[in-house]
Write a protein that binds this ligand. Structure first.
Ligand SMILES: *Cc1c(COP(=O)(O)O)cnc(C)c1O
Length: 395
């Protein structure tokens, strides 16, 4: 039950991570609601959850989940193609397609699974996938699994993408361009109008992962709906785990593309259906997004308040990064805020490029203006004099 070389391998890898300030550990955390968190016996105000609308603890969402458990039990019992396709799936998928203005949609187990399954279903070794170089790890996972040629374009740089498409497009059969609506670690938005035009001109299919835009931007419909007219995005992916507050993800597309996913996306076929309570929670969450525009608008408003008080550039989403630089310095900055009652976990490589370790602030509809003001007070000395702060907290 114990293999020495295996254990030695793990130990040496861990040691190397530690010496580079990259060791990570999971910390037991109790989330009382979207804002209040207990960790190591301390009460903290979280500014680092993706629960943008506070729906993880919304009474209506919780009630919907509880009711589904009473009706259907806790598990799906099988994959969607066997007996796991609970009737709630159809209701959720219809609602998502309506909200996104597409013919149909299909729900996946998670965002990671969606990206891992959609790309290999659509592309193969004779094709090309071009990804924004700051794209999420799950996109690269899917792209690699497809065995297509993978190229990256410089972050949000449409000219670089145009150059790549001009050079490469004619050498391959099909081409998919993949980006995020809102970048998860930077909070900036992709220029979807320009990217969509480029894709049209080069016969490429644009896929947008809108994990952080859905429920927050475009009246809750997502990043693409910030533009008028709406850019043509034939593959709209989003998650149910951030603004929607639960778990799972979706692809909105044409009827044929969705039907094809149910036949060919391995991460949909070879996995158990979501627990019915999770689907019911998502339906309740999407309903709230559709009927409560004030809640939807609030995370961005609070991010704007935070930035204007600190003299930072106006944010494009509910995510505000403050880049610290070195891994250790980001750890110290996070600890400094924790001592003042705020949880803002540091983001380090490989999640972000080396030397750009950062604090990533996220805002939710449930934060109060007073909480944001208190956070601003704690962040000011960090921004003004990070170095002297590190001496204080270390000493
Ligand atoms: C969180 C995230 C995912 C993964 O979604 P999960 O549902 O958590 O698996 C995918 N893409 C982006 C951009 C994300 O931020």
């Amino acid at each position: 039950m114990f293999n020495e070389s295996l254990d030695r391998f793990a130990k040496s890898k861990l040691k190397s991570l530690s010496t580079r300030g990259l060791y990570r550990s999971v910390v037991e955390t109790y989330r009382a609601d979207a804002v209040h968190i207990q960790r190591d016996g301390r009460d903290l105000i979280s500014f680092c959850c993706n629960d943008y609308l506070g729906l993880t603890h919304h009474p209506e969402v919780k009630a919907a989940a509880a009711e589904a458990i009473a009706l259907y039990g806790v598990g799906a019992g099988a994959s969607r193609l066997i007996t796991g396709n609970n009737p709630l799936y159809a209701e959720l998928e219809k609602r998502l397609a309506e909200l996104k203005g597409t013919e149909d949609s299909c729900v996946f187990g998670s965002g990671y699974m969606a990206n891992s399954g959609i790309l290999p279903a659509l592309a193969g070794p004779e094709d090309l996938i071009v990804i924004d170089n700051l794209g999420h790890a799950s996109m690269y996972m899917g792209a690699r699994a497809s065995r297509a040629k993978i190229l990256t374009f410089r972050h949000n740089d449409a000219d670089d993408l145009a150059e790549i498409l001009s050079r490469e497009r004619n050498l391959v059969a099909k081409c998919i361009v993949m980006t995020e609506g809102v970048f998860s670690m930077d909070g900036d938005r992709a220029p979807l109008d320009t990217l969509a035009d480029l894709c049209t001109n080069h016969e490429a299919w644009l896929m947008v992962d809108d994990a952080h835009g859905f429920g927050v931007l475009g009246e809750g419909r997502g990043s693409a709906f910030e533009y008028h007219p709406y850019p043509d995005v034939p593959l709209q992916m989003g998650t149910l785990s951030k603004a929607v507050g639960g778990y799972g993800a979706f692809l909105c597309a044409s009827t044929s593309v969705i039907d094809f996913m149910k036949n060919r996306a391995r991460s949909l076929i070879y996995t158990t259906g979501l627990p019915p309570s999770v689907i019911a929670a998502a339906i309740a969450g999407v309903k709230i997004i559709q009927r409560d525009p004030e809640r939807v608008a609030r995370p961005l408003k609070l991010a704007q308040l935070f930035c204007s008080r600190l003299g930072l550039a106006s944010p494009q989403s509910a995510i505000v990064p403050v880049v610290i630089g070195e891994e250790d310095a980001a750890l110290v900055a996070s600890k400094f805020l924790e001592e003042r009652g705020f949880l803002v976990t540091p983001i380090r490589p490989p999640t972000v490029p080396a030397g750009t370790s950062r604090l990533r602030f996220t805002f939710t509809a449930e934060h109060t203006e007073a909480q944001v003001a208190a956070l601003v007070g704690a962040v000011i000395p960090l921004i003004e004099d990070l170095e002297s702060m590190s001496k204080i907290t270390n000493g």
